[in-house]
Design a protein around this ligand. Structure first.
Ligand code: NCD
Ligand code: ZN
Length: 351
């Protein structure tokens, strides 16, 4: 007897995505387009997307790479620097060009050298954003070399986020790719203007997957995967139906040769199989009913955007289905995230 389950949900969005530029953009974009209605596009290009002009030209490059008839919408962001012009940010948001501004503490992750060294130097911009209702997205890790890499998120909450929330209570903030129980608990303790995105891979891997029995460079990402107790807290938050938690894949493609190296770079590429992975995780936790909230409803509600009109159909197949293990780009291959279980959920966009 076949055991087919079927789920039809509002088309999801990806609230944290790296699309890169040039050949890489061209190679990875179809995989987001095929599933998601919209995505918040990270601005950490080299050089970063800092001004409204940068955002407008990056948006045009993305749109030029969309396939014919695609209605995928890139939601643009600006990379906050200590030189950011508040008026430029407010105007770019007011005109609909950007959706949010991204804070990278300097040196926190891939291409974050131009990030903020001293948060006080951006108070003026944050004040203007708070007044104009421009959301602040945060890479929530401190970068002091004396702080252990596994503690950097918890330390950020204590030393940066909590004081920032006190100073700017009306600024809408998102803690992106939360990886700790500390992060989940902090978000739950706040009743307005704070939400968190969760990645697919952090719901599935812990630090043992990365480090035990051999180092797995394709599981290396930032923030780094933590202990199992933290992964369980993330799953609990994702499946809970709590509107403060939503999907941001943080799908971050790098060439395999750059990850499989003596100093491999951080980032997991998961946009291809994310929805199939999530259906598996939610089913395993008897929470399929809350998948739509996490992937398709909570994000738009938090950002005050309409829901996607399209639906997707997820079907549980008896026989495992295949996703490519890697995708080709003109400069080499990108390894696709492997969750360590067979895929049984197929995904189809309905018009
Ligand atoms: C991201 C990248 O490669 O741009 N890497 C990652 O591990 N997530 C940067 C980021 O979002 O931290
Ligand atoms: Zn990211």
């Amino acid at each position: 007897m076949t055991n087919i389950k079927e789920l039809i949900i509002t088309q999801p969005d990806d609230w944290h995505l790296h699309l890169r530029d040039g050949d890489m953009l061209n190679s990875v974009l179809p995989h987001s387009e095929n599933h998601f209605g919209r995505a918040i596009i990270m601005p950490n290009l080299v050089p970063p997307v800092v001004t409204s002009q940068d955002a407008a030209s990056y948006k045009a490059r993305i749109e030029n790479n969309l396939s014919k008839g695609s209605d995928f919408t890139p939601l643009m962001t600006l990379y906050l620097t200590e030189k950011t012009d508040a008026a430029d940010v407010v105007n770019a948001h007011g005109s609909g060009l950007i959706t949010a501004v991204k804070l990278y503490p300097a040196g926190a992750t891939t291409n974050s050298d131009s990030g903020v060294k001293n948060i006080e130097n951006v108070y003026g911009v944050l004040e203007a954003m708070s007044d104009a209702g421009v959301p602040l997205l945060m890479h929530g890790e401190v970068t002091n070399s004396e702080v252990d890499i596994f503690d950097r998120e918890a330390r950020f909450i204590e030393t940066v986020l909590a004081p920032l929330r006190q100073r700017f209570p009306d600024l809408k903030m998102t803690m992106e790719h939360v990886t700790t129980k500390d992060g989940v608990d902090y978000v739950k303790s706040q009743d307005k203007n704070l939400a968190a995105s969760l990645t697919t891979h952090h719901l599935i891997i812990n630090r043992n997957h990365l480090l035990a029995g051999g180092i797995r460079p394709h599981y290396y990402c930032l923030p780094i995967a933590k202990r199992e107790v933290h992964r369980l807290a993330l799953v609990e938050a994702a499946i809970s139906g709590d509107g403060r938690f939503f999907l941001g894949t943080d799908s971050a493609p790098h060439l395999a040769q750059d990850k499989e190296s003596a100093c491999g770079c951080a980032g997991v590429f998961s946009s291809i199989n994310t929805m199939s992975c999530l259906a598996h995780v939610f089913e395993e936790n008897n929470a399929l009913d809350n998948l739509e909230g996490f992937a398709s409803l909570n994000g738009p509600a938090y950002y005050g955007l309409p829901l996607n009109k399209k639906k997707i159909r997820l079907i549980k197949q008896d026989t495992a289905i295949e996703y490519p293990e890697q995708i080709d780009t003109p400069n080499g291959v990108v390894q696709v995230f492997t969750p360590g279980f067979a895929f049984h959920w197929s995904v189809e966009i309905l018009s």
